[in-house]
Design a protein around this ligand. Sequence first.
Ligand code: UDP
Ligand code: MG
Length: 316
Amino acid sequence: MLHKTFTLAMVVPCYNEEEVLPKTKKELEKLLHILIEKGLISQESFICFVDDGSKDKTWNLIEDFAKESHIKGLKLSRNFGHQNALLAGLFYAEELCDAAVSMDADLQDDISVVEQMCQKYYEGYEIVYGVRKKRDTDTFFKRATAEGFYKLMRWMGVDIIENHADFRLMSKRALSWLKEFEEVNLFLRGIIPLIGLKSDIVYYDRKERFAGESKYPLKKMLAFAWDGITSFSVVPLRFITILGIIVLLLSFALSVWTVGAKLSGVAVSGWTSMMLIVLFLGGVQMLSIGIIGEYIGKIYKETKRRPRFFVEKIEP
Ligand code: UDP
Ligand code: MG
């Protein structure tokens, strides 16, 4: 190969992953060696495991792995969540690499496409998104909710890449620009496209988790989706305005009718309609206050500027 090779970092956030880590390490090492041998990446390329405050033996394993020169380990001081753990790993890697690939510890993403990502990097792409071809391994429910979520985000005008989780390659420059997004409430999938730069997609089949269990149960998934929506769009607020206009127009019509009824002497009866209106308006107002409240909550969290993670230890 004619071009100068680049240094690749593979960043892997881990939360209670003792069951999968030994195999994951082996697979990633294999991949690293293949890529080095093919002359795609430099000898200095490395794997960076981030322990996101695991309660099991994850950190002990990582410490052990880090005795080998091509493996580094970060230990966060507590559980900060997937997005923050990823960020910690990427920021650390940025100083040592030319490009970083982020991936899950359970190897649900097909790591063999990393080679394609590297090739794209040589073609000048600075962000390469891994996108799932099918979602066969997901339950019908997860598929349906995910699809609905992407549709909704698109409809609200958020530039989000469908079926892309956090499996992607980013150049050093993209990583350093990512640092400038200082949001506490981080939704990486939505932020990365805002960086711009030349980007492309590689497709892969998502596999089943081979051991351990998902750290994203339904409740967390819905919270994540809602966070994504409120962090990127004020359409829900506009929805309240539109709802208000509709209710106002209806109330005009109803006022005319009410006055007419009074003048023609058929007023008084109408307890049912009165109740319906009171209940309806009560509901609309509560919903509206709730939505506004969500945004105020976001502002509250953002203004406090709490640190997104603390790195307690770095190995080696
Ligand atoms: N993860 C993390 N911190 C958390 C939750 C998850 O670092 O608080 C990591 C986890 O170890 C895995 C990745 O995030 O490497 C994705 O989690 P998981 O596979 O459980 O999610 P799913 O694939 O089911 O969406
Ligand atoms: Mg997974």
